[in-house]
Write a protein that binds this ligand. Structure first.
Ligand SMILES: *[C@@H]1O[C@H](CO)[C@@H](O)[C@H](O)[C@H]1NC(C)=O
Ligand SMILES: *[C@@H]1O[C@H](CO)[C@@H](O)[C@H](O)[C@H]1NC(C)=O
Ligand SMILES: *[C@@H]1O[C@H](CO)[C@@H](O)[C@H](O)[C@H]1NC(C)=O
Length: 221
């Protein structure tokens, strides 16, 4: 019995040691699993970081260049140089993502039409015009007044992501400058005093439409 008692103790000890070892093993496994998961987390972060690195070109000068490349390729009315020059001169464009560039291009259209409307008013007041030219300028003034409303409306639509509606409004700005310019063309020998401005506004609007199109196609989320 004594022997069996003596024999029991160590065996109990062994069992308890085994239990302890088993517990330690279990804890170690949990610890290792935790470390592994932490490692995975770190790996996940690294993945996110590399995604960030990949997405860095989606803003700044690279984005402006890429966007203008696409615009110029898809629309023969857009010159790459005009597009980059216009966008990069705009405040905050270097930090903008595609949606920001869309807003910026619409804003540029708005400044352009607002300034041209003011310029037409100035032209009518400060120069003597033949009746036909005077009528053309009057028509252009009306067209640009409507264009300002259109581009304001386009801004609202853009902000609420109604891109098709924004597109319609920007397109009507393009129609307006074309109609304005055509008025002068109809009379032989007449030179439009607004050709350069109309061309700028037309092309800026085309850039805005092109960016809208890219956003709709989901080039940017
Ligand atoms: C973007 O294009 C301009 C010319 O249009 C060029 O000077 C500039 O280096 C380009 N930048 C990048 C980041 O590609
Ligand atoms: C370029 O502009 C003209 C109007 O001047 C228009 O008819 C044509 O559809 C435009 N091209 C593109 C690709 O938008
Ligand atoms: C209209 O846009 C063109 C092209 O970006 C620019 O050169 C011109 O200065 C703008 N005019 C105004 C008044 O904003």
């Amino acid at each position: 019995m004594g022997v069996s008692l003596l024999g029991d103790r160590p065996s109990t000890l062994v069992v308890s040691n085994n239990l302890n070892i088993a517990l330690i093993k279990k804890e170690l496994n949990i610890a290792i699993a935790l470390l592994f998961r932490l490692g995975l987390l770190v790996g996940g972060r690294q993945e996110r970081l590399s995604t960030l690195v990949v997405s860095i070109p989606r803003t700044g000068q690279n984005l402006i260049n890429e966007t203008c490349e696409t615009s110029a390729r898809d629309d023969p009315n857009i010159s790459y140089n005009f597009c980059t020059t216009s966008l990069q001169a705009a405040p905050a464009s270097q930090c903008a993502a595609l949606r920001g560039l869309g807003m910026i291009s619409i804003r540029l259209v708005r400044y352009n039409v607002t300034d041209t409307r003011c310029y037409i008013k100035h032209l009518m007041k400060n120069r003597k015009w033949d009746p036909y030219s005077k009528q053309c300028l009057k028509d252009c003034f009306e067209l640009f007044s409507d264009a300002i409303s259109s581009v304001k409306q386009a801004t609202k639509y853009y902000n609420s992501k109604r891109y098709d509606d924004a597109n319609v409004q920007i397109s009507s700005v393009m129609d307006a400058v074309t109609t304005c310019e055509d008025g002068f063309k109809e009379r032989k020998g007449l030179v439009s005093p607004l050709t350069e401005r109309n061309r700028n506004t037309f092309q800026l609007s085309a850039v805005a439409l092109s960016v809208l199109h890219m956003i709709q196609k989901g080039s940017d989320v």
